[in-house]
Design a protein around this ligand. Sequence first.
Ligand code: MN
Length: 344
Amino acid sequence: MALIKRVTFKLNEVFYQKPFHITNSVRSSSKVIAIALELDNGIIGRGEASPSFRVNGEIETVLMGFETPISEMLRNREVQRYRPLFDTLDKFSRSAPSLKAGVQYAILDAFSTLISTPVYEILGGAKEYVETDFTISIDSLENTVQDAKKASEKGFKILKLKVGEDLPSDIARVLAVQEALPSMHFVVDANMGYTPKQAVTFAEAMVSNGVKMDLFEQPVWSDDFDGLRFVRQHSGIPICADESAKTRFDALRLIREECVDYINIKLMKSGISDALAIVELARSAHVGLMIGCMSESGVGIAQSVHFACGTGAFTHHDLDSPFLLKETTPYKYRTEGCRLLPIG
Ligand code: MN
């Protein structure tokens, strides 16, 4: 038996290699919270929160204030009985999902060290590695094509292109990349930037030009479930919810209302507990899954690598922040080209 002694937070800043531009947002750096969960036998479990105001309404300084209450809440509880700990955190942190993710992961990481079994095996051990796509944010046509060619040369087989600020130039950029790289597959993410009708116009342009577009991610505003369904019914391209799908209850509603073909699970939106629930909901409803990231650094990406390999639930992996940030120190994973491999 091992008891949790304390949980501590440390605020860090991570920097992008180039400014990351998506619909209504340009950023050159991001704040992450490093979480350390110490057991009474000296084992330390690590986790990371990458708070997002845009997606979750989170402010990092507010989240830092949760250090003492979370530490108090978990103190003297048995780390190996992690399910009741997850339930406690579900009820606590409705307003801080990224923190819930990082703390829940730190519990699993400490448990993993305690029983000498990697987290991805605790979660099911379905895969030995996953392959990530590479994201190209909103930029000029010339830069987009150049970045796409570079990513292709590095071995990335799927590119995630950001669109959503200007429909005609979005269409022109994707078609230019397709012309330069005819065998490339695409995930296109509008980050809520289109109206339903604009999204259908975009999709029609992709279909009529034979673009290999695997997924159309979050074409419309997150709360516009009817809009998502409209795009799904009129576009002929699989629709994937990201900003619309945070909790297990969002996923249930999206599935029940037939709004989506895919759900993009991000641990930072859902924590480990809701992410596990969404995996089972999606499997039951034959809805596909992708896993995404929100500028996590080394420990944060490890969380998603272990989750994705453990559950084996995803066809699309967008875990490219180690390739977009200036520096990341991998924690319990390694990269091999575009592959990410969990290690114990
Ligand atoms: Mn997205």
